[in-house]
Design a protein around this ligand. Structure first.
Ligand code: IPE
Ligand code: IPE
Ligand code: MG
Length: 253
């Protein structure tokens, strides 16, 4: 009870510190630590992944109420496919279940659900479910939830290079005219703004091949909190820290 009260106070304190005019437009999160969360409790890794869904729900709701426009969540990297088949299958099963149970809710909340990554690598039935949720929420505009599955930053850039090479081969663009904006136009969902704030949970301080292009000038925020425990209070704390940074973009402040 006491810890609950402290937590409520912290949430209110952080919320009071947030300036409404400086809310990051695009927050990207590396949701890490599900396995360690489970291990600490003597539970299976799958149980940690299952609890991660609750943290996603909380974070989506908090982003809506704070008026964040884009939330990118790293849910499965192209490297994660090299985990034991049993864990990968369990993750796929959880994605499937979550899409089943959460789609109506996302739709009702005004969330536009999109994906970044190579869905074709996943079982057909699962990639179809991802596409169904994308389709069901496509008219929404309150918050864009960009779920990064079968995603890696280098793969995204390689894919952009491949697409550009096709344009060159077809005579649509000359190599000497290729600029940064041409690459940006070939990323997944070119309409998304660059990430303003990157949050990584679980205490690891690395990018792990996430969003390499769009993170170029993001503020980086690392928290020891394990993803299943990530709460509204943690998001608000990260935004308070973000608002205290001096974003210079190479210039002099
Ligand atoms: C993040 O949690 C979820 C995925 C990468 C799919 P982990 O499964 O990496 O949890 P830890 O890092 O082993 O604790
Ligand atoms: C990054 O976490 C990928 C996701 C959160 C989906 P990992 O747990 O796979 O990253 P490393 O192996 O610690 O770098
Ligand atoms: Mg991890």
């Amino acid at each position: 009870m006491e810890s609950e009260l402290t937590s409520v106070n912290k949430l209110e304190d952080f919320k009071a510190l947030i300036k409404r005019e400086g809310i990051p437009q695009h927050i990207a999160i590396i949701m890490d630590g599900n396995g360690r969360w489970a291990k600490q409790r003597g539970l299976t890794r799958t149980e940690g992944h299952r609890r991660a869904i609750k943290a996603i729900r909380t974070t989506v709701d908090a982003c809506i109420s704070l008026n964040v426009k884009v939330l990118s969540l790293f849910a499965f990297s192209t490297e994660n496919i090299d985990r034991p088949a049993e864990e990968v299958n369990e993750l796929f099963r959880l994605f499937d279940q979550a899409l089943e149970t959460e789609t109506a809710r996302l739709k009702a909340e005004g969330v536009r659900f999109i994906t970044s990554g190579d869905l074709a690598v996943m079982p057909d039935e699962l990639s179809r479910k991802f596409r169904d949720t994308v389709e069901a929420t496509s008219a929404n505009s309150r918050l864009t939830l960009n779920m990064c599955v079968m995603y890696s930053g280098r793969q995204e850039i390689a894919r952009a290079a491949r697409n550009l090479a096709e344009d060159v081969a077809a005579g649509r663009i000359r190599p000497e005219n290729i600029s940064m904006s041409h690459i940006a136009e070939k990323l997944y969902h070119p309409e998304l703004p660059d990430a303003d704030l990157l949050i990584r949970t679980s205490g690891e301080m690395r990018i792990s091949n996430f969003m390499l292009w769009r993170l170029a000038y993001a503020e980086l925020y690392f928290t020891p909190r394990l993803w299943p425990d990530f709460a509204e209070e943690d998001l608000c704390e990260a935004i308070v820290a973000y608002q205290r940074r001096d974003r210079r973009f190479g210039r002099i402040s």
